[in-house]
Design a protein around this ligand. Sequence first.
Ligand SMILES: *Cc1c(COP(=O)(O)O)cnc(C)c1O
Length: 376
Amino acid sequence: MILLSGPNISGNEWKYVKDCLDTAWVSSVGSYVNQFEEMVADFAGAKYGVATSSGTTALHIALMLAGVERDDYVIAPNVTFVASINAIAYTAAQPILVDVDPGNWQMDLDLLQDFLETKTKMKSGTCYLKADQRRIRAILPVHVLGNIGDMPRLMELAERFGLEVVEDATESLGSYYDGKHAGSFGKMGCFSFNGNKIITCGGGGVIVTDNEALAAKARHLTTQAKADSFEYYHDEIGYNYRLVNVSAAIGVAQMEQLPGFIERKKEIAAFYRENLGKLPGISFQEVLPEVDPNWWLFTIRTDKQQEILKVLNENKMQSRPFWIPMNQLPMFRDAIYVQEKDQSNAIYKSCLSIPCSTNITDEQLNQIVGKISELY
Ligand SMILES: *Cc1c(COP(=O)(O)O)cnc(C)c1O
C-alpha cells in the first residue's frame, strides 16, 4: 500500500527513544520535551513553545487563553478537520462557520468582512452578534493543507473588530507568508505532530507565542494547574495535556529532518502539478504570490472524483475524499454558517487527496500519475 501521508522514520528516532528508555525519562518531564519546544518555536519564528499531547489539546488551551468562554462565538472556516471546531466546543463556545474561497480553499475574507460589518456591533471595543447580543471573542483561521490565505487582511479585520486570533497551524509547519511563518501572526499558533502531519511525534502538539505570560499559563494549564512545587496545591481546573518525553524524543529527531521533508513535499507537489495539470478537468489549490506553502497533503480538484478514488484505492494507492464540511456534521448542523454559494460543499464533492508521503519514490509517483491518466 502506498500511504497517503505516512510517517518517515529515518533519522535519530531510535537513538533518542532508546536514550529515554535507558534513562527511564519516559514521562511528562524530560530534556527532549524542552528541546522539542525550543526547536519548534525557533523554526516557527516564535519566542516560546509549549508542548502538548496533541494538536487538538493545543487548540483547546490556546482558545481558553485567548479568553474564549461559555456562550461566546469563535469564527472558523467551514472547511477544516473536525478537531478545529471540536476545540471550540470544548470551551463551551460556539463556532460561526465561514465558507471558503473557491480558489485557495481558505476562509473567504470577503464573506468574513461582510459578516462582521453587517451582522455584528461593537460595544466598548468588544464585538457582539446583533441577532443575540452574544460576544464574538476570536477568529481561528486554519491554514488548510499547509496553504495560507491573506493573513495581513485577516489580522486587520481582527484588530478592527477586537477579536483575538489563534491560528490552527497544525498542517502548516514549514509554510510562510511573505517570509513570516504560519502560526506567528496571531496571539498563539498551534501545531500538530499526529502521524500523518509533515513530521510526527506519534501524537503531539505545540503552542507557539511571543507572549511570555501566555506561555507560562499554557504550561500551567497543561500540567494540572499545579501551583506549588512540593504540595498538591492547584489554583484552578487544569488539564493533563503535556507531551511525554518519549514522544518528544521522536519529535526532536523529526525536527532534524524537517528541511529535507519540506523539500520533498515541494518536489512531489511540483511533479503532480506538472503531470496532472495536463489532464483536462483537474485543477489545484491556488496559492497567493506571497505564500510559500509546505504542500503537506496534496489534493486535487476534479470532475472525476469518485472514479479516481476508486481506481487509486483498488490499486493500493491510498487516497481520500476531502473533509465533509463542518456544517454538514450532526453536532454543528445548527451553527451559524456564513455563505453565499456553499463553496465548501462544491469543494467536498470534487476534491481528493493523493499519496504524498515524504518517503514516496519517484517510481510510485509515476505509477499514480499513470493510473489517473489512464482514466482520462
Ligand atoms: C491534525 C489537525 C488537528 C488536530 O491535531 P491532532 O494532533 O490530531 O490532535 C487540528 N486541526 C487540523 C486542521 C488538523 O489537520
